[in-house]
Ligand binder design. Structure first.
Ligand code: HSE
Length: 353
């Protein structure tokens, strides 16, 4: 039997317990043994929750508990998630996370630390919610030279743009709905200003190149200026508007990366990705285009991705699962000049994919 700890019992953290409780038999079959929640760290109490008795307010009890093998960090934000993750690794525990801000900031360093302590640090749920795209890049596509990655990486903004386009819905009303559904970040500015998609782009660029890409260096624009009229005008011209994160390998060291709303031709596969769904188009030199599609946010989908990492770790107990994402910085180049753009009646301009 393997016991895990959950740090942060919010949307994703409580989803992890729900996945283990609902798919108990499938989880055991995948791990080769039973997997249960041993402890939950949160500032709050959870009266009447089935896992109420496992809630603690003290990280030390988790770090000192030799029965806890894997720690799932679903707190969000850099601190105290960074310190707790480091200490868990130093205590010989593997860590899985959905925390894109932490991974985009300290991922390579935590991977190094995990290697030094012969444990694993995995972060599937940090990009694309439930979509197992990082596992695919790290494993199935590892022999490829990945030339570019382009994706709809934020569920909240895709949900907002879809409902604005399909129903002419008001931005603030749809945002409130996305928050109620558990899609949005605690501060939804991270979604609508593009910072969340930027962190995910930095992680994808890091895995594509094997080098560190600082999210602060990626030119980023969100969807706050997009209007219902722009969406209508785009459709009439044969496009939809999607917030895309993209990166492209220019040379061994140099990459190009950006986050911005794009005009996507209605015939393009990314144009049919609606609501909370995300899709990531990976281009490899041998395999060509591969597209990964699924729920990009939400409790169960994101928690399922964390549990996938937990089970991978248990199946490979005693070894460090390899992830190519080093501290060596990539050289970030500005997007090539000459990309086609269209100017709309609102005065807004959009690049064409
Ligand atoms: N707020 C994020 C999104 C959650 O909407 O995509 C999943 O990372």
């Amino acid at each position: 039997m393997s016991k895990i700890a959950i740090l942060g019992y919010g949307t994703v953290g409580s989803g992890i317990a729900a996945v283990l409780d609902t798919n108990t038999a499938q989880v055991a079959a995948s791990a080769g043994e039973e997997v249960t929640v041993g402890a939950i760290l949160d500032l709050r109490d959870f009266p009447r929750d089935p896992h109420e008795a496992q809630v603690t307010h003290d990280i030390e009890t988790i770090l000192a508990n030799p029965e806890i093998e894997v720690v799932c960090e679903t707190m969000g934000g850099v601190e105290p998630a960074y310190t707790f993750s480091k200490r868990a690794i130093e205590a010989g525990k593997s860590v899985c996370t959905s925390n894109k801000e932490l991974v985009a900031t300290h991922g390579p360093e935590l991977l190094e630390l995990a290697r030094a302590h012969k444990v694993s640090y995995l972060f599937e749920a940090s990009v694309g919610g439930g979509i197992p795209v990082l596992h695919a890049i790290n494993n199935s596509l590892r022999h490829e030279q990945i030339e570019s990655v382009t994706g709809i990486l934020n569920g909240t903004t895709n949900y907002i743009l879809t409902r604005m386009e399909q129903e002419g819905a008001d931005f603030d009303t749809v945002l409130a709905d996305a928050q109620a559904k558990g899609y949005a970040e605690r501060n939804p500015a991270a979604d609508i200003e593009g910072h969340d998609a930027c962190r995910k782009t930095a992680i994808l660029a890091g895995l594509m190149s094997g080098r560190y890409v600082d999210p602060a260096d990626i030119p980023t624009e969100g969807i706050t200026k997009v209007t219902v009229e722009d969406l209508r005008e785009a459709r009439a011209a044969g496009y939809c508007i999607k917030l895309l994160g993209s990166c492209r390998q220019i040379s061994d060291e140099a990459i190009e990366a950006s986050v911005a709303p794009f005009l996507v031709p209605l015939t393009h596969p990314l144009a049919s990705v609606n609501d909370v769904f995300n899709a990531i188009l990976v281009h490899g030199n041998m395999i060509g285009d591969v597209m990964f599609y699924g729920r990009g946010a939400g409790k169960e989908a994101t928690a399922s991705a964390v549990v996938g990492d937990v089970l991978d770790i248990i199946r490979h107990r005693g070894s460090t699962l390899p992830v190519q994402y080093s501290r060596t910085p990539a050289v970030l180049q500005a997007a090539a000049e000459g990309a086609e753009t269209k100017r709309f009646a609102s005065g807004n301009s959009y690049r064409v994919l």
